[in-house]
Design a protein around this ligand. Structure first.
Ligand code: SAM
Ligand code: SF4
Length: 337
């Protein structure tokens, strides 16, 4: 897969020399789940719908960033499938010159219904979030009793032809330990790459503590009790996950050590929230208001210059492990994970 633009393409390079090729676009902050590590149980204040970028506005941003060297997009949220007519947006993004890859992260609840139209619209890759295979544990962490709908969504996605589906599981201490091997077995038998993501301090409830993170190296040790793992060379230089192949050749896993060993030095992504704010890091405390620029008639050149300036000062890395760490005001569902 292309991870960097070819030499003939323009390049968007930040102040640390990192080449930015990836834009994650949040299409909504709304969600039908209330995962404990992301959203509050109730009384969520959502963005006013008038502040959400329209499909045309999102497509304009994609056209602009593709001229700057970004060739990969990921749609996320909130739950991206809560946004009506999402396949229409995917088709519009697919028509943008220079965009080679469009992916989506979803909780899969609505996937059974939409997998075919997403595929037809040009969505290439899917990451599905699934933390537990035990129905009660699923309900505890997602605060919804609907494991079967997610499994049905996954099944349909595979049947309509999505290949290399990845499953994201947030790794929370005293919760995930019992789920790890079940997810691993499912991944091996169904052909999904399971990725464990260390729980990050982006939960609305603000209950995150370092002690609540199940660390990547502990997960690897647990899996190694049953399977021999072979590290994939330099995987952290290409993406956020340290990857391991099963020595018997049956599948692969990824461990995203966002807390214990972040991939910031190789970060190649920026994000845009559903209300059109550019964030150069998941943990940014500053944002660049693209929506206002777009809605006040800024030219492409002005937007390009603004983007370049924002990217130039992209954070060298997050500060979770430092004393001066400051939590962003937005929780994960309002940023776009
Ligand atoms: N609703 C979709 C979903 O859950 O797949 C997309 C948005 S969700 C915010 C994107 C990803 O962020 C999911 O894989 C979710 O598990 C992950 N996530 C959410 N909160 C997190 C946290 N506090 N720490 C680590 N990962 C988190
Ligand atoms: Fe919704 Fe995804 Fe957040 Fe869960 S992680 S509450 S599914 S946005």
């Amino acid at each position: 897969m292309t991870t960097t633009p070819s030499a003939s393409r323009p390049q968007l390079i930040d102040g640390m020399g990192r080449t930015i090729v990836n834009l994650r676009i949040s299409v909504t902050d709304r969600c039908n789940f209330r995962c404990t590590y992301c959203m509050p149980a109730d009384n969520v204040e959502f963005m006013d719908r008038s502040n959400l970028l329209s499909f045309e506005e999102i497509q304009r941003v994609a056209q602009i960033v593709s001229r700057m060297g970004i060739n990969r997009l990921r749609l996320t949220g909130g739950e991206p499938l809560m946004r009506k007519n999402l396949p229409v947006l995917i088709k519009m993004l697919n028509e943008v010159d220079g965009i080679d890859d469009i992916a989506m992260t979803t909780n899969a609840y609505f996937l059974k219904e939409h997998a075919q139209s997403l595929k037809d619209a040009g969505l290439k890759r899917l990451n599905v979030s699934l933390d537990a295979l035990d129905p009660e544990k699923f309900r505890d962490v997602n605060r919804r009793d609907c494991l079967q709908s997610v499994l049905d969504g996954l099944d349909t996605a595979r049947k309509v032809g999505f290949k290399s589906i990845k499953i994201n599981a947030v790794a929370v201490r005293n919760f995930s330990e019992t789920e790890i091997m079940g997810l691993i077995e499912m991944g091996r038998s169904e052909g999904f790459e399971i990725r464990f993501i260390e729980f990050m301090p982006l939960d609305s409830d603000k209950v995150w503590e370092r002690d609540k993170v199940l660390f990547g190296h502990e997960i690897v040790e647990m899996i190694k009790e049953n399977y021999e793992l072979v590290p994939v060379d330099n995987s952290l230089e290409i993406g956020p996950a340290s990857e391991y192949n099963f020595a018997d050749g049956k599948g692969k896993i990824g461990i995203i050590t966002a807390v214990s060993n972040p991939f910031c030095d190789h970060c190649n992504r920026i994000r845009m929230t559903a209300d059109g704010k550019l964030r150069t890091c998941l943990f940014s405390t500053d944002e660049t208001n693209l929506k206002d620029l777009i809605r006040t008639g800024a030219t492409d050149e002005t937007i390009i210059e603004t983007l370049k300036q924002a990217v130039l000062v992209k954070e060298p890395g997050h500060k979770i492990n430092l004393d001066d760490f400051e939590r962003p005001d937005r929780a994960m569902h309002a940023i776009g994970g």
